[in-house]
Design a protein around this ligand. Structure first.
Ligand code: FAD
Length: 321
């Protein structure tokens, strides 16, 4: 029985979350009784890069080396992943619970008539059927979902497991998907690439600002802290809605879902819609001048005080480490 893992790349190179999903697929294969770990890769990626997947647990790569896949397209991607699953006879399909994984998982599930657990945070168990743990109610509870369909699909929340690298090698074969131009439907006309920062979905350290910072002119003190930590910046929704910060930084129910090792929230009240995107962070530090701010209930560490006084001091302290 093989496990298929869809491996995303950014302009031909794999990022940490890609290796994490391959690790997860390899461990899942072991736990459900062995079998091939087949990585599906779409678009232009060099053989050297494909071979890296062997070191993270893939035993085979199905590569669709077609430049039309260099731009994400949910319909075409879902069809190609379905074709890969059929080609290798996969009974379990694994994707990352990132933007592209979220977009295609449901489509692949419909095409394969498969049950889907989206946002998994642990490996499946098989003692009492095929059961996968996920968070529900914005991280306030867990659900254990039993999947009874023949083919099972899991999307894994990024940054759930530590990535481990080994020695393995991988056999690369062509993925046969036979897609026509009509399958691509949508054409990308431009792309803004944000350079420099680790993308939020990958970031292990995140520094985030809310309306308590009063206006975009004050973001310098948050950026200084972000630089001292080497962290990626995020913000609450009203901040993005007011155009103080770009929308890709907005986290929460209607923004990005993140799971960094450290989330520092500055001048953010901690509304349930904000927490929905961040409360799986491993350590949460809250800086807020209101001791009653709801965020303190979700915090591991809290500082009651004025951000404008605390941030410069914190930045200086972090720089000393
Ligand atoms: P505020 O609520 O205005 O809080 C500002 C905080 O800053 C306060 O706690 C205050 O005590 C503190 N403060 C003020 N001055 C200082 C200072 N000098 N130093 C330190 N602290 C200070 N919100 C999201 O963030 N993400 C979402 O995805 C999201 N989705 C939503 C979806 C729906 C359907 C709805 C209805 C709402 C959604 N919201 C979302 C909005 C959410 O409900 C809150 O309104 C929002 O998160 C509040 O943002 P904030 O904490 O930055 O601002």
């Amino acid at each position: 029985m093989s496990v298929l893992v869809f491996v995303d790349h950014t302009q031909g190179s794999f990022k940490k979350k890609a290796f994490e999903t391959v690790n997860y697929a390899a461990e899942t294969a072991k736990r459900i009784g062995g079998g091939e770990v087949v990585a599906a890769v779409l678009g232009t990626v060099s053989n050297d890069e494909l071979n890296l997947l062997g070191q993270y647990g893939a035993t085979q790569v199905l590569h669709l080396n077609d430049a039309r896949f260099d731009n994400f397209n949910a319909r075409a991607y879902s069809k190609a992943i379905t074709a890969a699953a059929q080609q290798c006879g996969a009974k379990v399909i694994i994707l990352s619970y990132n933007v592209s994984g979220k977009s295609v998982a449901g489509m692949v599930a419909a095409q394969m008539k498969a049950g889907l657990v989206s946002g998994a945070i642990d490996y499946p168990t098989t003692d009492n059927g095929f059961v996968v743990k996920k968070t529900v109610f914005s991280g306030k509870a867990f659900a254990f979902v039993k999947v009874t369909s023949d083919v099972k699909i899991i999307s894994l929340v990024p940054n759930t497991f530590k990535v481990t690298k080994g020695e393995g090698s991988v056999a690369v074969a062509a993925l046969n998907a036979n897609l026509t131009d009509a399958d691509f439907g949508v054409k990308k006309v431009s792309e803004d690439v944000i350079k420099g920062e680790v993308p939020l979905s990958e970031a292990e350290l995140v520094v985030s600002g809310g309306r308590g910072l009063k206006g975009p002119e004050n973001w310098g003190i948050l950026e200084d802290l972000g630089k001292a930590f080497g962290a990626t910046l995020a913000c609450s929704r009203p901040v993005a809605d007011a155009h103080w910060r770009p929308h890709h930084e907005h986290v929460g129910q209607t923004g990005g879902t993140i799971r960094p090792n450290l989330y520092v929230a500055v001048g953010i009240s901690g509304a349930i819609q904000h927490l929905a995107g961040v409360n799986s962070s491993k350590t949460i530090v809250v800086i807020n001048k209101d001791p009653e701010a709801p965020f303190f209930k979700a915090a591991d560490y809290g500082v009651v005080g004025d951000a404008f006084e605390i941030l410069p001091k914190l930045t200086e302290a972090v720089k000393k480490f």
